[in-house]
Each structure stands twice: as structure tokens, then as C-alpha cells.
Write a protein that binds this ligand. Structure first.
Ligand SMILES: O=P(O)(O)O[C@H]1O[C@H](CO)[C@@H](O)[C@H]1O
Ligand SMILES: O=c1cc[nH]c(=O)[nH]1
Length: 287
């Protein structure tokens, strides 16, 4: 059965609705970044740039670095945008836009997030890099998908009981692709468990004028340990990327530039430099 026009939405030039790109525009290696301006920071390092397209917060550049074809795409902030980016990327490679049928042979993309994040553990300094081995979603996205198996339920249940979780939306947990993560491992790079939050302020335990409901949130997260692994950092996309990548058969890893240390109350004095260093590191390791 062809997928209806209202479900798989194509623009007049046959590009996909939000990303505004065609199937041939997508490389097998995808770098996602939150900030649309960060797309150029990545593609400026490419040897050649083959295309630049965009719509709304979704800017895409495709080119070559060390002979590898790479697409870098901005997602904007949050897992609501990740829902759009991962589904549309998957449609671009795994649905035939002419027949509107799902292709019999599926392509598996390599998806690497290069993002910023705040550490909650004292020992993880600002301006360091961290690989998210696991990600816990406190945003709810994956509950809207029919899942074949409840991913990592023993981990999630242990966390819920440790936190005495008071909210209606339940945490969910997914892991990175170890194959992809191995490319980025290094003695200088931290590894940890990332919490993906539904916002930047109260959902990450920040208070400007209004008090968050979860008052001892960081202390509780910091104190949680499961098979000797600790929760290390907070951001806003990784669990959605890991969950949808898993569901759709892609490989994903999230690389974090640690800009804040929430234990010490520090924020990087050189955020751009730290992000640029992480971009250069990831491009070298990917190729
Ligand atoms: O720097 P990016 O990739 O946007 O990632 C982090 O920064 C944003 C918040 O400032 C959120 O998107 C969070 O996940
Ligand atoms: O504290 C931080 C820093 C960057 N991004 C986040 O989501 N949180």
C-alpha cells in the first residue's frame, strides 16, 4: 500500500517536507548538531562541499572529508525535532518516494550527534568531551512508538525507584551503537550515562525565577549507580536519537562537548573553541 500524501509529505520538488532534501542528498554518515550555525563549522572543514540546503532550523550540508561522504544536519533543540529529523532521514533512505512504498532492503545510517551538554559529576571538567554510552529520556518521545521490546527495563526501573520518580511521564533508556562509539573512544574522552531532558531550565534542575518541582534532582542523579556506571551529564536530544535509531535500524552515538559543570556552577569561557575541537576530533576519528 502506498503511503498517503498526508503521512509521507513531499515538497513540489519531491524533497521531504521539513528537511527539504532529496534521497540523493543524504550520505551514509550523518552528523547531527543542534545549532544551525554549527553546520558550517563542520562543513568548513570538509575537503569539498557538494550541497547546502535548508528549511526552518534544519540546515543540511553534504560533502567529503578524507574521502568519506558525510551529511551534516542541524536538528534545533529537543527531541520533538529529533522525531522529525530521524523519521525524515529514515524515509529518505528506506522509502521509495516514487512508489511511496517501504523498500525491501533497508539502509542503516551512521548517526553521530556533536552537541553541547552540562556535567553533573564533580570530576568531569568543563571543556572536556564525553561519549554517551546510554541515554535516559525524561521527555516522553519514545512512549509514542510501538516498541518490540522494552529497552533496558531493569536499568530504567532501578533508576525510577532510586529517584522515587514523581512525574506521570516515565523515563526510558537506550544505548549507543558500541561499534560507532569505539571509533571515538580515547583516554582523554569520558564515557557516561546521559539524561535527555524535556527543557533547559526546570527539566534540568535550573531555577531562575520559578522553582522546579524536582528539588534534589542533581543529588539523586549523581548518587545513582547501576553495574558501576554513573549518570554523568544532561542535554536534550540523545535518548530520542538512540531510541529512534534503534527502532529504525540505524547506528547512533552522541558526542558531548561539556560546557557546564552543574556541581561546581562553572560554565566554559571558550564554548566555541571547545565545540570546534570536538568537531575536528570527531571528523578525524570518523574517517
Ligand atoms: O548544542 P546542542 O547540540 O544544541 O545541544 C545542547 O544544547 C542545547 C541547549 O542549550 C540543547 O539542544 C542541548 O542538547
Ligand atoms: O547545561 C547544559 C549545557 C548545554 N546543554 C544543555 O542542555 N545543558
Amino acid at each position: 500500500m502506498p503511503i498517503a500524501d498526508s503521512e509521507l509529505i513531499l515538497n513540489p520538488d519531491n524533497s521531504i517536507y521539513h528537511l527539504n532534501i532529496l534521497p540523493e542528498d543524504v550520505a551514509d554518515n550523518i552528523i547531527t548538531v543542534g545549532d544551525p550555525d554549527r553546520v558550517s563549522a563542520v562543513s568548513n572543514l570538509f575537503d569539498t562541499i557538494e550541497l547546502k540546503k535548508g528549511k526552518r532550523e534544519f540546515v543540511t550540508h553534504t560533502g567529503y572529508f578524507n574521502k568519506k561522504r558525510i551529511t551534516v544536519i542541524s536538528t534545533g533543540i529537543g527531541t520533538d525535532n529529533i522525531d522529525i529529523v530521524l523519521n525524515e532521514l529514515d524515509a529518505l533512505v528506506n522509502i521509495d518516494f516514487k512508489t511511496r512504498e517501504i523498500k525491501p532492503n533497508k539502509k542503516s545510517l551512521n548517526i553521530i550527534r556533536i552537541g553541547t551538554s552540562g556535567a553533573i559529576q564533580e570530576h568531569i571538567p568543563i571543556d572536556s568531551f564525553l561519549i554517551s554510552k546510554k541515554a535516559i529520556g525524561l521527555d516522553g518521545l519514545m512512549h509514542f512508538y510501538e516498541l518490540n521490546n522494552k529497552e533496558e527495563s531493569s536499568f530504567t526501573n532501578a533508576l525510577k525507584s532510586h529517584l522515587n520518580w514523581p512525574l506521570a511521564i516515565s523515563p526510558y533508556t537506550y544505548s549507543c551503537s558500541n561499534k560507532l562509539a569505539n571509533l571515538f573512544k580515547d583516554d582523554t574522552v569520558y564515557e557516561g550515562i546521559t539524561v535527555t531532558n524535556a527543557g533547559f531550565y526546570a527539566p534540568q534542575g535550573r531555577q531562575l525565577r520559578k522553582k522546579p518541582v524536582l528539588l534534589d534532582f542533581h543529588e539523586k542523579l549523581r548518587g545513582f549507580s547501576f553495574q558501576q556506571q554513573q549518570i554523568t551529564n544532561l542535554e536534550m536530544e540523545t535518548a530520542g536519537i538512540y531510541g529512534l535509531a534503534k527502532l529504525l535500524g540505524h547506528k547512533a552515538v552522541s558526542m558531548n562537548a561539556i560546557l557546564a559543570n552543574r556541581y561546581n556552577g562553572n560554565f566554559s569561557k571558550t564554548p566555541q573553541k571547545t565545540v570546534d575541537n570536538l568537531i575536528a576530533y570527531c571528523l578525524e576519528r570518523l574517517t
